[in-house]
Design a protein. Structure first.
Length: 222
């Protein structure tokens, strides 16, 4: 039996030997075909890349031309920034409905000639300047600097509310009719009647001034 098996393997060996060159040729053929196809694809792609190159070359000057335009636009934006800043400052300086002096048929001529003070940042143009304001903070700062207390004149009350508004300043216009009230009551009446405060910070010689008066643009008394 072993002799027969050996004989069979010996017969099969020449067959395998013949098949080996065939497999080698097939492998070589497939590799050659793949390389040829790859080379052909690259060859086809080369003209497309060649065509694309001029397009990129043409696009380069366009980008170069666009660069100066962007450079020119930058100063324009820079110039626009101060304009926006100035506009913001103008809005900030513009009197609001709450702080702008009110006007009416009984407005005095001094309103037109007085400097409007609409915020704590505003300062008199010169000593002795007549000023007018409705800003609560400005009024309180002026009063504190003089030790003044919010007050009304006794006997001028209206429907349980303070009447003529004034200040109790030690040593200035002292009167037994002056009755001190709270800031809340003072400003509530001040805003309800849309009053203006005409006042001075300094006299012409630079000394502190205590001059003030409240004005009702719609009535002759404050």
């Amino acid at each position: 039996m072993r002799a027969k098996a050996t004989s069979s393997r010996a017969k099969a060996a020449p067959a395998r030997a013949k098949a080996a060159p065939a497999r080698a040729r097939a492998t070589s053929s497939r590799a050659t075909t793949s390389r040829a196809k790859a080379a052909s694809s690259r060859a086809k792609a080369a003209p497309a890349r060649a065509k694309a190159a001029p397009s990129r070359a043409k696009a380069a000057p366009s980008r170069a031309k666009a660069a100066p335009s962007r450079a020119k636009a930058a100063p324009s934006r820079a110039k626009a920034a101060p304009s926006r800043a100035k506009a913001a400052q103008s809005r900030a300086k513009a009197p609001s409905a709450q702080t702008a002096p009110t006007r009416g048929p009984a407005s005095s001529r001094s309103i037109g000639s007085s400097q409007f003070i609409t915020s704590l940042a505003d300062r008199p143009e010169r000593p002795g300047r007549s000023l007018v304001t409705r800003n609560h903070e400005v009024i309180q700062r002026w009063a504190r600097a003089r030790g003044a207390k919010p007050a009304t004149i006794a006997g001028t009350e209206r429907e349980g509310r303070p009447g003529v508004l004034t200040f109790n300043i030690p040593g200035y216009r002292e009167s037994s009719r002056i009755r001190e009230i709270t800031w809340d009551d003072w400003f509530r009446t001040f805003d309800l009647r849309r009053l203006n405060l005409i006042y001075q910070e300094q006299m012409r010689d630079g000394r502190q001034s205590n001059f003030f008066r409240t004005e009702n643009p719609n009535r002759e008394d404050g």
